[in-house]
Design a protein around this ligand. Structure first.
Ligand code: ZN
Length: 136
């Protein structure tokens, strides 16, 4: 299963981070998955219990998947435009082609929640890419 091999490094990274933070267990893992990442959310959820089966720290962790719609930066509109319908690298508003995919390929740990931890985000890199609210 493709998704299992995607989750293995996630489980390994979170488990290492939990160990470093002296947290014996992880309650939940947040994962940001772009619609163009190639990962199937349902398959990820299905593979999660298998992926964490051998990890004492993550065995009971919940997987929270946040999907990230694909978006390009359109030079014509001077705006970030979602392209969630056809995945064409072309602005759906004005038709300007743009290869500047700003969202959609994400596959990253958003957070790892551990019990009684003052800083649950210690394992995740700060997210600077997604500060712009999108309107649909
Ligand atoms: Zn445009």
């Amino acid at each position: 299963m493709h998704e299992l091999s995607l989750l293995a490094p996630v489980v390994a990274a979170v488990s290492r981070a939990a160990q470093a933070a002296d947290a014996p267990t992880v309650e939940a893992v947040g994962l940001r998955v772009g619609t163009l990442s190639g990962a199937d959310v349902e398959a990820l959820e299905g593979a999660w219990s298998i992926a964490v089966a051998d990890s004492p720290a993550l065995r009971h962790a919940r997987l929270d998947i946040q999907t990230v719609p694909a978006a390009i930066w359109c030079p014509g509109c001077q705006a970030e435009v979602e392209i969630d319908e056809f995945y064409a690298l072309r602005c759906p508003v004005c038709g300007t082609p743009s290869g500047n995919l700003v969202h959609g390929r994400e596959f990253e740990v958003a957070y790892a929640q551990v019990p009684d931890a003052p800083d649950p985000d210690a394992s995740a890199p700060p997210n600077t890419a997604c500060g712009t609210p999108t309107s649909t």
